[in-house]
Design a protein around this ligand. Sequence first.
Ligand code: NAD
Ligand code: IPM
Ligand code: MN
Length: 357
Amino acid sequence: MTKKIAVLPGDGIGPEVVAEAVKVLERLRRGFGLKIEMETAPVGGTAYDMHKHPLPDATLKLAKQADAVLLGAVGGTQWDTLPRELRPEKALLGLRAELKLFANLRPAILYPQLASASTLKPEVVAGLDLLIVRELTGDIYFGEPRGVRTLANGERQGFNTMVYSEHEVERVARVAFEAARKRHKKLCSVEKANVLETSGLWREVVLRVAKDYPDIELSHMYVDNAAMQLVRAPKQFDVIVTGNIFGDILSDEAAMLTGSIGMLPSASLDSANKGMYEPIHGSAPDIAGKGVANPLATILSAAMMLRYTLNEPRLADKIEQAVSKVLDQGLRTGDIHTVGTQKAGTKEMGDAVAAAL
Ligand code: NAD
Ligand code: IPM
Ligand code: MN
């Protein structure tokens, strides 16, 4: 049966990197029997400019009807002064909430060819393969109450609420334990239980779920230590499970272990493995429109889509092997460029991956 993919390019470099992932998917459709149809819709600031809303009804409807969503990135300074409800970022949060995408998988894998592209010593990162499972529909991102209020003395005060219910922790913990089972059977739960009640409850629930996974070696780590350990000795980790805000921060940090934030894909899944796939990076306004963005994170997100939602693991492998082949050939976008390699633009990189399939 033909699967439907909603393509939401978004803002900044979003359309540039999504075009390359679409190119790769098109090649698989024409040459390798992948049965998909793709439909594009506006999201983020681009959608606001067209329809006065960052997540128009038609876009949300398309995303809901589709089997999977491929998203570029949203955001840009020109929309930063809009009311919060109308900002591009709100579209992304809206999609995650509306599609109930509570489990965000962010693998950080170092391609051996990029060992010297990382700002860390090659021996620290060589062979790195870790998976961050980030909770995506709860925490301080969605907690109520939130806002800015004026105190009796006239001073304004901003406030947000960090909140997790047991069932929210339990379901993401299960995703993480299951993932660990398919990998090296080690799970590290990251929180701040020494200070925060939310984290104390998080740890309690994780310990309870662990009883169903006696084969998994579970550890707990405070987030400040985890941030340090990630750059000191990242290979100690197999799977990390953490909340929405800690996962956001730690995954950008983990990206640098792989050479560049332009390398990190992600899958955001619901309880039936329907999902949205996007690079973890943003719209990169500083390089947008220049044709220099690294499209590999988005291309690798398409591979995750084939693996997790479209049930095409063979084709997912094919994309990942093609990426590796292109890196072997020495092609590099500016963010991963090192002495002795050949500088390529966004399109060249996408063309090379499509050709290497
Ligand atoms: P960013 O990830 O957009 O950029 C951070 C830095 O990384 C920049 O120097 C950028 O040039 C570089 N970079 C990012 N992706 C790259 C790629 N593919 N190739 C080469 N270099 C790359 O983060 P930011 O600057 O903090 O945010 C910019 C905008 O993006 C903001 O509006 C923010 O809200 C939004 N944002 C959106 C998403 C998303 O849509 N998922 C994620 C993060 C940030
Ligand atoms: C990400 C982004 C988003 C987040 C923003 C743009 C809402 O940083 O996908 O990592 O914080 O989740
Ligand atoms: Mn982020």
